[in-house]
Design a protein around this ligand. Structure first.
Ligand code: URA
Length: 204
């Protein structure tokens, strides 16, 4: 089962995000807030190491992140989730994977891939809509081929079909989502969903 973000703010924000009259400027801001909530939840268990720190009053023990963090947006809609994660984790590296959804077949085509070194990192693959799961499974395949070990998947909205596809192909990859919706329609859009996330984000 995916980790469902149940924070009241997440429920409030996703309701505005679903509303069809919400304009791209507000949509981007709502996406920003949900991405932060998702990233916070997905990094709850990050490894830490102790470091010495001197306060103005005395020395004490503090903590810092022990492992590099990588975020991998699936282009194009995943880009909307990168900025808030970079703002929260300024040292994060960003890998890009371009998977284009064919609207007739709903299959994904890999047209771009550029990854930072992945060995020893925690990788967050981000894509706002987990529909069939085809792109997500393919993106995780690529991250694993390039040496990424500890991977998690962040989605704003997930359909049961997509969750099952990831759980079947990559049972080691936890999924974090703000909403688990009902089903896909015959065009592979999520119901009730929010429409085409990329189009609403970029006003296309
Ligand atoms: N991608 C979207 O943007 N929306 C959906 O409903 C499914 C996939």
């Amino acid at each position: 089962m995916p980790h469902l973000i149940k924070h009241p703010l997440a429920l409030h924000v996703i309701t505005r995000l679903r509303e069809k009259t919400t304009k791209p400027a507000e949509f981007r801001s709502l996406c920003h807030h949900l991405s932060m909530l998702l990233a916070l939840e997905a990094t709850r268990d990050l490894a830490m190491r102790e470091v010495a720190v001197n306060t103005p009053l005395e020395a004490c023990i503090g903590h810092e992140l022990a492992r590099p963090l990588v975020v991998v947006p699936i282009l194009r809609a995943g880009l909307g989730m990168v900025e808030p994660i970079v703002a929260m984790f300024p040292d994060v590296s960003v890998g890009y994977i371009g998977l284009e959804r064919d609207h007739e077949t709903a299959m994904a085509r890999n047209y771009y891939c550029k990854m930072p070194p992945l060995a020893g990192t925690r990788v967050m693959v981000v894509d706002p809509m987990l529909a069939t799961g085809g792109s997500a499974v393919q993106a995780i395949d690529v991250v694993k081929q390039k040496g990424g070990g500890e991977i998690c998947m962040l989605n704003v909205v997930a359909a049961p079909e997509g969750v099952k596809a990831i759980e079947d192909a990559h049972p080691d990859v936890p999924i974090y989502t703000c909403a688990l919706d009902r089903a896909l329609n015959d065009k592979k859009y999520i119901l009730p969903g929010l429409g085409d996330f990329g189009d609403r984000l970029y006003g296309t």
